[in-house]
Design a protein around this ligand. Sequence first.
Ligand code: NAP
Length: 676
Amino acid sequence: MSVIHLENYVEDKWQKVSVDPVSIASAVTGEIIAQTSASGLDFKALSDHARTKGGPALRQMTFHERASMIKGLGKAIMERKEALYALNAHSGATRKDGWIDIEGGAGTLFSTASKGKRELPDARILIDGDTEQISRHGTFLGQHVYTPLQGVAVFIDAFNFPVWGMLEKLGPALLAGVPAIVKPATTTAYLTEHCVRIMIESGLLPDGALQLIVGRVGDLLDHLTGQDVISFTGSAETAAKLKSHPRIIAESVRFIAEQDSLNACVLGLDATADSPEFDLFIKETVREMTVKAGQKCTAIRRAFVPAGLLDEAEAALKARLAKITVGDPDMEETRMGPLVSAEQRADVAEKVQTLSEDAAIVFGDTGPVKLNGDKASQDAFISPILLKCETPWQAKYVHNTEAFGPVATLMPYHDVSDAIALCNAGKGSLVMSLFSHDRKIGEDFVLGAGAYHGRIAIINRDCAKESTGHGSPLPVLVHGGPGRAGGGEEMGGVRGVKHYMQRTALQGSPDMLSAITQNWLSGAKIEASSPHPFRLKFGELEIGKTIETASRTITLEDIEHFAEFTGDTFYAHMDEEAASANPFFPGRVAHGYLILSFAAGLFVDAAPGPVLANYGLDSLRFLKPVSPGDSIQVRLTAKNKKKRNEDYGEVRWDVLVTNQDGEPVASYDLLTMNAF
Ligand code: NAP
């Protein structure tokens, strides 16, 4: 194929740089397939462009508008995914490996968009948590909110997931309202560049929202400010270098690091050689070693088994590894392709050499491999390599040396606390997995190992079929880990969005805070609604619109009728003597559900109209008993609104039920679906 000249996308234009070009070779054939450079770009201008053009445009949009844009980007990628698959094999990835990167990447955008639509408001400010009562009479309240950072998110990414690695960060940053500059690893930048092209050509992104640097970042870091974020994925060594850049320190630039990780898997002490968990452990270890030729930050590097099962586990792992066909990733029978480059192969071989000071190689080697397909050159290929270390506590390297390839070390442990301590000896990882059917072992592991691992997958016969496996970060779960893993955290649904926003504690009157957050707070102005607020369409209804109902007296006959009708003849409603003996009740009292039902009867507007359905209640509290002869009255106030689609949206109503003395007897949020 002809050599692709990769282009930077800066200040809304594609720009080819021919100075100091770097050549990129195909992992399969060793031929040069691309050339790239970013030398001489004006990094100050491009970061200013993001801040002055992209940021303001994104911040004009609501969370829902940004979520729709992100969904559109995912669709655009899916429509043109075959062009990405065509480039994928050059990185050494099989089609299955590429699926994780390409369709997994688009899937991450879809998930981010859907979280944005469901969990964030159709607004620009995000409320964080409940209101804090900080004054005696409730005229001065506290409310935390998030607003978008006014800088740029700089993504510096690793070579192994050139598409997913960008998109898992881009979705949350765009949803937050922050523009991005992407700097992919050079070795696989051709995939990232093509994916950026697809997104730009979709026409969905405002100017300045996305820029791409295909090469070195020059003096970019010298121009970053405290409103910017660096989200780095790669080796600990590079992370340390970037993190300690004087400008990053001086400006307190947020720095998210995802780096190497000595991930562990453990076969539980309850397992036997013929238990389902043993098989699951073997399959998962081999899968993790060989998917993407082990070039996954989450791949299993250390596999621990009860000492009595060491031989059986070794034999089973070897038998399964022997079935792995290595070769041209384009060929259907190939299970594992090459590493990304000849340099990466040399690095893995060197790390295996180091590890073999602690452990014996029991499967594979670093020599030439028998390959499937004649297109392949030997340069970047390596066989899966299993090592065995019988004395893990004496090991100098297995707990701190990452061979970023199809390499894992098998080790024995003696009891649960030994296994936990060995997992934690990696000094912080992205993920660990436990293969156990014993609930106590599960609890012990979470308590003993939780602080050291960003994710813990507990896999057994009950969940294996549906399990997403040890190594898959999911957009709705956090990805990241403490210590050696970088101390960063990404994604986790809306949690990931907040990394690109600032939390601010607001203080002010209920009225002011309600207006700012578009969320009516108790104590804020209310406005009597005429007509009845249930007659107002979603778009017409303003927060604060209220009705106060007539009152209704609750009689003993009402309580008995309700009890017989529903079957709820609990003594507190039916037996005066027993009810009086109860510390909460003065005597027989009305059912809480009777109060709710009568409240609905008081506030409802019965005729067909914009209110389509009662969707449920939140935060229901019964605050004071209602005795026979008491009367109740309801105040219903529109609290906030969330658009669901073009036809209807969710309205949250504040409901306060009071008695004849004005004392609150029940409060809750009522949710309705209202037509536009
Ligand atoms: P790397 O060599 O550290 O490179 C990572 C990124 O940093 C690349 O884009 C690289 O660009 C860039 N870079 C290197 N030096 C730089 C500098 N001085 N200034 C600015 N950027 C610089 O890592 P890698 O070899 O690509 O990736 C493998 C490592 O990443 C493994 O250790 C793996 O565990 C880790 N990883 C971690 C995660 C995670 O989520 N925790 C995910 C994937 C990979 P160039 O390519 O142009 O040098």
